[in-house]
Design a binder for this molecule. Sequence first.
Ligand code: S3P
Length: 183
Amino acid sequence: MSDHAARSIFLIGMMGSGKSTVARLLANGIGFEWIDADRELEQRSGTCVANIFELEGESAFRQRESQLLRELTQRPGIVLATGGGAILDSGNRELLRSRGLVIYLQANADEIARRTRSDLTRPLLQVQDRRARIAELLEQRAALYKQTAHLTVRSGAANPRRLVAKLAAHPQVLAVVGARSLN
Ligand code: S3P
């Protein structure tokens, strides 16, 4: 799908890169609906992500995540905050790239470590050396984020409102808003 045909915006990036905040603010700014994939999955499952990891394991969580993405990526007029690991699956990457404008919120390991410092909800970060785990995940994922994204923006140290103002005026975002209003 060319960017001009995209009818929704999908945010990708590491945990703590600001996807949920940016999704909410950007959606408000452009008149789209905001959806957080993890929160949606939790509502549907009736339990939290940490519990799903603990009770069913990561691969079961990934299956649920893929199933949900197949559905959500078909909706027009949304800004979707995906889970940080959504790009690990090649099918998910293909879905995201072909069905919407994909924006990578890029942050470095120090920024992510700072922003997730007191987090108790993300199972992958409940380790002794959180900074090392984040660096390891970034190393595994950075290329996947970049290859999935149509647009990469630095998010780590950015003020979310300023970042969103920049995004809302970006030609590729404006093209999605324009395409949506034609439908
Ligand atoms: C994950 C990120 C989380 C959540 C789960 C796994 C990951 O989402 O899906 O804990 O693998 O990076 P956020 O990026 O919204 O924290």
